[in-house]
Design a binder for this molecule. Structure first.
Ligand code: ADP
Length: 166
């Protein structure tokens, strides 16, 4: 059985993320989506538990997907899960340098681990969690950016955070 890991901060999940995870689920027998808690973006809007919950509700239609959180080295986590690959989405050339560096580091730490890059649908390619937060903070409509089943909760949380941070 071939298992892949889809890591990210998912702060919050977007339809771009869901697009990448669905593609990974078609390529591999099992996909473990992992919310990385010590990720490079320390100032998160949603707690790790909230991010896991939003992903869970967004992925009810995909049977071979599990959602977890982890706070250590991805290469070690992949080993523990028996995963042969990490699946990452590439949006633009700007993502490439960072992702390439991560992929080579992971391979150094775990030589059996491959990184597979996939692209989302062209209409989802521009999307990021930061775009969702920015648009929502300024009162814009994010209903086409995030999964329908979690949209209201995402809006509520971003607005709450905005109120308390002022
Ligand atoms: P974000 O930049 O949205 O905060 P994350 O760190 O949570 O992203 O991303 C997890 C993975 O999903 C990364 O591999 C990232 O490149 C990918 N990804 C996120 N949004 C998109 C998108 N719109 N198209 C393709 N890949 C994406």
């Amino acid at each position: 059985m071939k298992t892949a890991i889809c890591p990210g901060s998912f702060d919050p999940v977007t339809i771009g993320h869901v697009d990448i995870i669905h593609r990974a689920a078609k390529l591999f027998d099992k996909v473990v989506v992992v919310v990385m808690v010590n990720y490079h973006k320390p100032d998160s809007y949603f707690t790790a538990e909230e991010r896991v919950e939003l992903l869970r509700r967004s992925l009810t239609d995909t049977e071979n997907v599990e959602i977890e959180m982890y706070g250590g080295l991805l290469a070690e986590y992949a080993n523990k899960k028996g995963a042969c690959a990490v699946v990452k989405g590439l949006r633009a050339v700007s993502d490439f340098e960072y992702e390439f560096q991560q992929a080579l580091t992971n391979k150094k730490l775990n030589p059996e681990l491959e990184t597979v890059f996939v692209t989302a649908n062209a209409e989802n390619m521009y999307l990021s969690s930061s775009v969702v937060k920015q648009v929502c903070e300024f009162g814009g409509d994010i209903s086409e950016f995030v999964p329908e089943q979690v949209c209201d909760d995402i809006i509520k949380r971003i607005k709450e955070r905005n109120r308390f941070s002022k």
